[in-house]
Design a protein around this ligand. Structure first.
Ligand SMILES: Nc1ncnc2c1ncn2[C@@H]1O[C@H](COP(=O)(O)OP(=O)(O)OP(=O)(O)O)[C@@H](O)[C@H]1O
Length: 230
């Protein structure tokens, strides 16, 4: 179980997060939807320990990780650009976290097969499409034996047809690992293909919604209000 309590964060004068809270159960994929600049990446980075919060707490399986460095939180993190090591092959990227016996070697073949990466192991990341880069980043993150998985708009480089193929693959492998997952997107259609629970980031708070379409209505309403603000 991942629990996020009353997280607040300011950048200078701007309050980006204002007591944002959520909980994600084992096996759930919670999608956070929101407009550009609404604070989605910031909350993910705070959960991962990459950015410090001003207030609030993060707990994983009742363990308070708020003050722990990223490497001690047991979190898998797939950032927007996949962040693969360019000088390493796909295989070495995937096996990166298995160094020092930190990862789970027994899952290696299964993860490579479920993500369809067998044919690409000796390639360099720059030879791969956006979708395959993302498969590699997810494989690497899963093999670090995470207790929580965070994915920040991982498919921005991927077109709609490819997303339609890829999202069920991701959903399947994430289900197999049976951990809490947060997946960020600004696209309600993508949200519906991957998620089973949904929140919208609105004015620095996280609001649970029942379907991604509700986010679409809220976002549309907000976008229209913003249009007439000036
Ligand atoms: N390091 C930083 N310093 C100052 N302001 C920042 C910093 N990081 C983010 N911000 C600002 O905080 C706000 C929220 O940013 P964040 O990246 O969390 O939004 P987002 O919802 O993920 O947007 P996007 O969908 O465009 O990635 C934005 O206005 C952004 O400019």
């Amino acid at each position: 179980m991942l629990e996020v309590f009353d997280i607040s964060k300011r950048y200078g004068e701007r309050k980006v997060l204002d007591k944002a809270s959520l909980s994600v159960k084992k096996g759930d994929i919670r999608v956070i939807i929101g407009l550009n600049g609404s604070g989605k990446s910031t909350i993910l980075k705070i959960i991962a320990g990459i950015v410090d919060n001003d207030e609030g707490a993060v707990k994983i399986n009742k363990r308070d990780v708020t003050k722990l460095p990223p490497e001690d939180r047991k979190i898998g993190y797939v950032p927007q650009n996949s962040a693969l090591f360019k000088h390493m092959s796909v295989e070495d990227n995937i096996k990166y976290c298995l160094k020092n016996n930190r990862g789970i070697k027994e899952d290696l073949a299964n993860v490579i097969s479920l993500l369809g990466l067998e044919k690409y192991l000796d390639k360099k990341p720059q030879e791969l499409s956006g979708g395959y880069k993302c498969r590699v980043a997810l494989a690497r993150a899963l093999l670090s034996k995470p207790e929580v998985m965070l994915l920040d708009e991982p498919l921005t480089e991927v077109d709609y047809a490819k997303k339609q193929q890829l999202l069920p693959v991701f959903k399947n492998i994430l289900k197999e690992f049976d951990i809490p997952v947060i997946y960020i997107t600004h696209d309600p259609w993508e949200a519906g293909l991957i998620g089973n629970t949904f929140s919208i980031m609105e004015k620095g708070k996280l609001i649970s919604i029942n379907t991604p379409d509700e986010a679409f209505e809220i976002i549309k309403g907000q976008a229209i209000k913003d249009l007439f603000k000036n």
